[in-house]
Structure formats: C-alpha cells, structure tokens
Ligand binder design. Structure first.
Ligand code: URA
Ligand code: SF4
Length: 201
C-alpha cells in the first residue's frame, strides 16, 4: 500500500475536496448550495462521520454547524477535545432536499470519497454517527450491523482501526435517552484515546 507523507496527504486531500466540490455523480448536486467535504485536524487520527449536510451545513459548506453540531461540540469538549482535534465529515457530501434520508444510490455514489479520506488519513478511531454511516463503515471493515441501537457504544476492532458507532446527535436532540447513550459513547471514546494515544499502543 502507498504510504502517504504529510505533504502527499495534503495534496491528496485537496484533490479529493476539489472533486467533491464539483461532483455530479448523483442528483444531489442540482439542489445543493455547497458540497461539504469535511474539515478538522489530522494529527489526532480520530474521524467522525455523520449522515449528510443539513440546511446550515449546505449554506456554509461546513459539517455539523447547526444544532446537532452544537451538541457535537459540547460532547467533544466534555472529553477535552475540540473540533480542531478531530476530522468531521459525512457519508454523503451534499444535502438531501428537506433533510430526507439519503438513498442507497446516493450513498453508493458518494461513499468512495469517504473511503479515500479514510485511506489517506488512516484514522486510529472512526466514530460513525447514526445508522447510515455506522452500517456503511462497519460493512466496509467486514462487520455487519443488525441495528444502530445494538451497535452504538460498542468497540469494533480491526488491525488498522477501531470503529465506535454512536447515535446521531440530531436524534439525541429529540430523544433524551439517546443523549444519555451518546454521552456514554463519548466516555468510551475518551478511554479508547487514553489507551491508543497516551499509552503508545
Ligand atoms: N447532520 C449530519 O449528519 N451531518 C452534518 O454535517 C450536520 C447534521
Ligand atoms: Fe457527488 Fe456525493 Fe454530492 Fe452526490 S452527494 S453529487 S456523489 S458529492
């Protein structure tokens, strides 16, 4: 496998971003204001993957900048992280009209961008947010997901990466119980980080 240096990582991620911004591989390009490639830090090797941009994200071209994003910021802060420490993106890079669920076709067309982002970034931990992202990413690494309620908060280990699926913060805004589970998942993430990063594993 090709090893990426920081420079080649940067040029490759700029290339992926450019392709996303001009992509027309599914019909979501017709209704988007801005595609949302993702943003954040590379060094911590932690990646959060949501579902698709919402209204605010579409307007600004940035991931998780609306109400769900505010909750995500708070959860990150609760374990001593900030947005700059982690890379945040979505499985589908353009907003589905009216925030409807992404279709299977849209996910199939768009997910190769995420797969490339994962390949160049080589995250140590991926936190899929919500069922679409969790289902796709677990599958990508050879796991099957029966339901998000069973998978969330659990650690799926592979030789390269640990996957920790979580409930989607937007869902947690409406269901207090899910918010409690989401907070628990962040505690699991915090423990994982101390194992993976501080004990030099
Ligand atoms: N919900 C998502 O799944 N992604 C965003 O970027 C914002 C809200
Ligand atoms: Fe391309 Fe993905 Fe946007 Fe569809 S959602 S147009 S595949 S970037």
């Amino acid at each position: 496998m090709v090893q990426f240096t920081l420079d080649s990582y940067e040029s490759e991620s700029v290339e992926i971003e450019k392709e996303i911004l001009s992509c027309r591989k599914c019909s979501l390009w017709k209704t988007r204001k801005n595609a949302v490639p993702g943003e954040g830090g590379f060094k911590k090797k932690i990646m959060f993957v949501g579902e698709a941009p919402g209204k605010r994200e579409d307007e600004l071209g940035r991931p998780f900048v609306g109400a769900a994003g505010k909750l995500l910021d708070e959860l990150l802060e609760s374990i001593g992280l900030s947005r700059k420490d982690v890379f945040i993106t979505n499985i589908v890079k353009c907003r589905p009209p009216g925030n409807r669920d992404p279709t299977e076709y849209e996910i199939k067309q768009c997910a190769p961008y995420l797969e490339r982002q994962i390949r160049i970034m080589k995250p140590k931990v991926i936190c899929p947010l919500g069922r679409f992202s969790a289902g796709y990413i677990l599958n990508m690494f050879g796991f099957t997901m029966s339901s998000i309620s069973k998978a969330q908060g659990k650690v799926f280990e592979t030789p390269e990466v640990v996957i920790l699926p979580m409930y989607h913060p937007a869902a947690a805004l409406y269901h207090g119980k899910m918010k409690v589970y989401l907070e628990k998942s962040f505690k699991v993430l915090s423990e994982l980080i101390s194992i993976k990063f501080e004990k030099g594993r």
